[in-house]
Design a protein around this ligand. Structure first.
Ligand SMILES: Cc1cc2nc3c(=O)[nH]c(=O)nc-3n(C[C@H](O)[C@H](O)[C@H](O)COP(=O)(O)OP(=O)(O)OC[C@H]3O[C@@H](n4cnc5c(N)ncnc54)[C@H](O)[C@@H]3O)c2cc1C
Length: 592
């Protein structure tokens, strides 16, 4: 049975045929690398995924973390897998050589991480949280913080968390109540309760480094008064070794639908009056610093959702090829042999939809990863600026579209397996439960939609959105030179024009009638832009898939399916948006 890793040829197609990852070798930062070192990193990640992560994916789900004698117990396989990931350098794969990294392009690092997500998302969550926290310290930490905390994090000795949410402050971080008071020695005394903290307490690392959003006494209300603090579980002694406890107490575990292997905690900071934290970045700029981590994390969540969708696709494809059931509708002999269900058009539909959603989302994830590389290393300053604009604009689309449609793919995978898909004998139900978190955390999809329509499309006078449209039209133009794709080029142009019209009307409505009227259908807007962007990704893939190989033919066919069945949805969504529909917004509470 297929266990659902993303095949090598798919990763290579995205990196080397759709994107020009090898072209990065001409940039000084990557000059020591070669196609061989990229491939070898991907192969090592694949081995770790298959040997160390996948085998305990089910066990981690069934034997979820629990408290025993006041300590959080986690199955030992998790620690061993994370040690293998850290030892192979995957927590700092794209960091500088000087900081202990291997200076791999972000796109290659994401190809490695995608395999970890597909194999066992709950175990790798400790790794990607630690990597993202280390990354934040690399950017905003002092030299001392980097030496004392970041280095042990990328070595896998300390783990990291992101401690923003509180019981009453989830989407609305401006309501965070955790307090910080200067202690007079450069540190701060923290007090407050944080909810939902993934990886918040366990015995797998020498220390846990919490990155905590809190409000310094006297700070302004709302998000402008939030600062970011480094709060270790154990304070360090003079030699930098974890020593006395830092008054961070486990107040309880949350028991979840999926992602069960990742311990999720309610944490009390400073119940004993002596929890020390150290400021990271400037005071009252905590959210901006945290956004450094969150933007990266949102792309990673989108990749994770796509990878888990892909895992379900692989398992359901394998099942469909091996499950005999029924006969073709035009078969005359009721005693004739049954066919494998992959032969039934309705099953093919479900498989093709999974392929279109997940490979479309993966293509967008790799495109964004390449933008991260361009933003940091493109030789032309203008290209760096453009990459940053596109990244800002497309991050909420990647997070939310990929989370919604990666999950839709998992739902179809269960359906392909019929009754067996609904049992715990097969992994597809777990993929669905695990993936169900992705539309919720790292900013719910509703919040991503408000970010896209309320902030991103209008930023800098709409510059990023214009740039995106320019890129889409350029691909459409290219397709018009290929007889088999010219129709799709035209359809993409039409969809882009309609989406641009809806965007203009919504931005005008915001100026004339206020935010409430313009933003009330933000989720539908994100779905429309998401379909446009994924349609564009499919045309890019079809243009790159020129050979007669089954893989390339499958790409062109999936592009055709997306353009016939999904892209036209843009027009119906745009119609309702252009009419500034308020049906949901004006519904009164009592009418429910
Ligand atoms: C398993 C899990 C792991 C997590 N890990 C972490 C972690 O490691 N660190 C961390 O800090 N947090 C973590 N979170 C918290 C997560 O980010 C929040 O759950 C999320 O931001 C939503 O907050 P909430 O649960 O309070 O829901 P609410 O904010 O109450 O939202 C409920 C619903 O209302 C909608 N809504 C809320 N406000 C608005 C608005 N202004 N406009 C439109 N719709 C709105 C939301 O979209 C959502 O549908 C985790 C959560 C879970 C479930």
């Amino acid at each position: 049975m297929s266990t659902g890793l993303i095949p090598r040829h798919e990763l290579e197609f995205q990196l080397y045929e759709v994107l020009d990852t090898e072209g990065l070798l001409n940039r000084p930062r990557f000059a020591d690398h070669s196609r061989e070192t990229f491939d070898s990193a991907i192969e090592t990640a694949r081995r770790i995924a298959a040997d160390k992560l996948q085998p305990h994916n089910r066990k981690g789900d069934v034997e979820e973390p629990r408290i025993e004698n006041g300590k959080v117990r986690i199955i030992p396989e998790v620690k061993a897998a994370l040690a293998a990931i850290a030892e192979a350098g995957f927590l700092a794969a794209h960091h500088d050589y000087d900081s202990g990294g291997s200076q791999l392009p972000w796109a290659v690092a994401q190809a490695c991480h995608a395999q970890f997500h597909a194999a066992n998302v709950a175990t790798f969550a400790y790794g990607f949280l630690t990597a993202a926290a280390a990354n934040l310290l690399e950017t905003y930490g002092t030299e001392e913080q980097k030496r004392l905390y970041r280095t042990p994090m990328i070595e896998g000795r300390f783990f990291g968390t992101m401690a923003m949410s509180e019981p009453n402050a989830g989407s609305s971080l401006g309501d965070v109540r955790t307090r910080a008071e200067p202690a007079g020695d450069g540190s701060y005394r923290l007090s407050g309760t944080k909810m939902w903290i993934s990886g918040g307490e366990h015995e797998m690392a020498e220390n846990i480094v919490h990155l905590v959003l809190a409000r310094v006494k006297g700070a302004p209300a709302g998000v402008k008064g939030l600062s970011l603090f480094l709060v270790p579980r154990y304070r360090l002694d003079a030699d930098g070794r974890p020593a006395e406890p830092n008054d961070v107490a486990l107040a309880g575990l949350n028991h979840k639908m999926g992602f069960r292997g990742t311990v999720n905690t309610l944490l009390a900071f400073g119940e004993g009056g002596d929890c020390r934290g150290w400021l990271v970045g400037p005071e009252n700029k905590g959210l901006a610093c945290m956004f450094h981590m969150m933007n990266e994390a949102r792309i990673i969540i989108g990749m994770c959702a796509a990878a888990m969708g892909y895992a379900g696709f692989e398992v359901s494809l394998d099942y469909a090829r091996n499950r005999p059931q029924g006969r073709p509708v035009d078969a005359k002999d009721p005693d004739g042999p049954p066919v494998a269900i992959v032969e039934h058009p309705d099953v093919k539909r479900m498989l093709l939809a999974q392929k279109a959603y997940t490979e479309g989302a993966l293509a967008l994830g790799f495109y964004l990863a390449a933008l991260v590389d361009d933003q940091k290393t493109a030789p032309e300053p203008r290209r760096r600026e453009e990459a940053l604009l596109l990244l800002d604009l497309l991050t909420p689309v990647m997070k939310a579209w990929s989370a919604d449609y990666g999950l839709a793919a998992n739902q179809l995978a269960i359906q392909v397996l019929g009754g067996y898909g609904y049992t715990r004998e097969y992994p597809v139900e777990q993929f669905y439960r695990d993936n169900r978190l992705n539309p919720i955390h790292e900013g719910t999809n509703g919040i991503q939609a408000l970010d896209l329509l309320g902030r991103k499309v209008g930023m800098n006078g709409g510059e990023a959105f214009r740039l995106l449209l320019g890129e889409i039209h350029a691909t459409a133009h290219q397709a018009e030179f290929d007889a088999s794709l010219a129709g799709y080029g035209k359809a993409l142009r039409g969809a882009a024009t309609v989406a641009a019209e809806a965007t203009g009307i919504l931005l005008d409505a915001r100026r004339s009638s206020g935010a409430a009227a313009a933003l009330c259908n933000a989720t539908a807007y994100l779905d429309m832009v998401g379909h446009l962007v994924i349609g564009w990704m499919w045309l890019r893939q079809a243009l790159a898939a020129k050979s007669a190989s089954p893989h390339h033919q499958g790409k062109r066919h999936a592009c055709a399916w997306f353009f016939l069945w999904e892209l036209p949805k843009i027009h119906s969504l745009a119609r309702v948006l252009i009419n500034l529909d308020t049906t949901a917004a004006v519904m009164e509470d009592a009418w429910f």
